[in-house]
Design a protein around this ligand. Sequence first.
Ligand code: MRU
Length: 380
Amino acid sequence: MLQAIKYNDGSLEILDQLQLPFVQKYIAIRSAEDGWHAIKDMKVRGAPAIAIVAMLALSSELHSLRVAKTLPEAPEEARTLIVSKLDYLVTSRPTAVNLSDAAHKLEAIVTNKAKEAAATGLGVVAAFVEAAEHMLGQDLDDNQRIGHHGAEWIMAHATETGNVAVLTHCNTGSLATSGYGTALGVIRSLKSKDVLRRAYCTETRPYNQGSRLTAFELVHDEIPATLITDSMAGALLADTSVGLNAIVVGADRVAANGDTANKIGTYGLAVLAKHHGVKFLVAAPRTTIDLATKSGKDIVIEQRSSSEVTSIKGPRDGTGTTDGVILETVQIAAPGISVWNPAFDITPAVLIDGIITEVGVVEKGSDGHFHMADVFNDST
Ligand code: MRU
């Protein structure tokens, strides 16, 4: 299986996703600052992956400080150091809640540890590192459960079981998580159950997570798949010979009412699904569900550089080398045009048929609304 994140005892490496699909090259992340830049620059992306990389980047820095014997001895000082780095890490990207959720949870762990009567600086750091390392394995486990629940739900709602076609958007696979993936995990699970006729993936302009990353994973795992441009989705849904059963996407933040922030273009796909009577599903772990955010109106949408729209990046000579590729930026839009580039959009809950989580598929109540707070509370 493709691995976006490699971590072993304080040593962290990530697959540089800017170089995919041309070259598979791992880069070392040794500090919170390295982690911040890797996230900001999109070397790693996807809601679960950025949270895990941020926490492990700090673990890696703390590991080096411990080896150099420069960790603060006082527990409160160790806590302050960790919290200041967490505050910095959450500024890297604003929309995906997984990062701030992880930072809050790990802050609570170190705060409690620092209050213990026999607390030491080393003990506070060890508690942080243990919790960060746990996230990696937990995410993989959650994704496998999401895949299973999603596949079962789609099969149960398909008229022709054993012959399912699905469309996905952006990248939600092994590269966006600790492994297996969320929406792409559902596709993997359908394939492993031998019921997948075909997966379709969108190019996902402007950053092409679909054509660069999802397509790469689908080819890598030999999943029967077809790439379309974003503008072809309507025609695909209208084509009865395709017989699409469901659209499955990931999420960067699911609000308490089920409104979902995900990669730009998701909302349009949900509108198309409704028009064509195709099921529209969001696949996300519990850590992406933000009960503190009431609705989509409260979600901050990251605006990105206009150059992502006006130009494309590719390898200079069309091929890669084992050392990496030199990416060249080519202007494709008329110089001088102004650009709007929101990285995400909000899909209103009314357009979503189910939210696939590691504990099952959450559906709307008889009142037509999602009640996420009844399913999830702080102890889940
Ligand atoms: O801007 P990106 O590449 O980080 O956006 C990624 C997405 O929108 C994914 O669909 C989402 O994070 C879910 S990842 C399992």
